[in-house]
Design a protein around this ligand. Structure first.
Ligand code: SF4
Ligand code: SF4
Length: 132
């Protein structure tokens, strides 16, 4: 009997704590973002996926060499025939590739990479250079 009374008292205390919180939550703005029901608000300076100006790329491979996460791959067939491939699932979003590229070709955007259960879908061929 004593235990039931103390449990009831504990439950009442919990309710007394929760009800005002619930009331407050119903009348204040949500703390969480509304994505995917509204566009995400991305903070300035957010380090997102890598992009490229393909026409500026010379296939020198400096970005590949300096990428600490092995997120870039250069597949070269001949001098002017190469592909630069980006693996976002490996990317550390560090920006080193942008720093290393002396041609100003590769750069970081403030766009994030969408989630998927098929990582192969994320792979991007940034440059597919063929002889003119
Ligand atoms: S941002 Fe960093 S990890 Fe990502 S591709 Fe560039 S160098 Fe590699
Ligand atoms: S993006 Fe820049 S560093 Fe990377 S291969 Fe092209 S030119 Fe070289």
């Amino acid at each position: 009997m004593i235990r039931t009374a103390s449990t009831l008292l504990e439950n009442l205390k919990t309710l007394a704590y929760l009800l005002p919180q619930l009331g407050r939550a119903l009348v204040t703005r949500p703390e969480t973002v509304r994505f995917p029901f509204a566009p995400p608000v991305i903070p300035k300076g957010y380090r997102g996926r890598v992009e490229i100006h393909p026409e500026k790329c010379h296939g020198c491979g400096l970005c590949v060499r300096d990428c600490p996460a092995f997120a870039l791959e250069l597949q070269r067939e001949e001098l002017n025939t190469f592909k630069l491939i980006y693996y976002p699932e490996r990317c550390a979003y560090c920006g080193q590739c942008e720093v290393s590229c002396t041609f100003g070709a590769i750069y970081q955007t403030n766009e994030f990479v969408h989630g998927t259960d098929d990582l192969a879908q994320l792979v991007v061929t940034l440059v597919d250079r063929k002889p003119a």
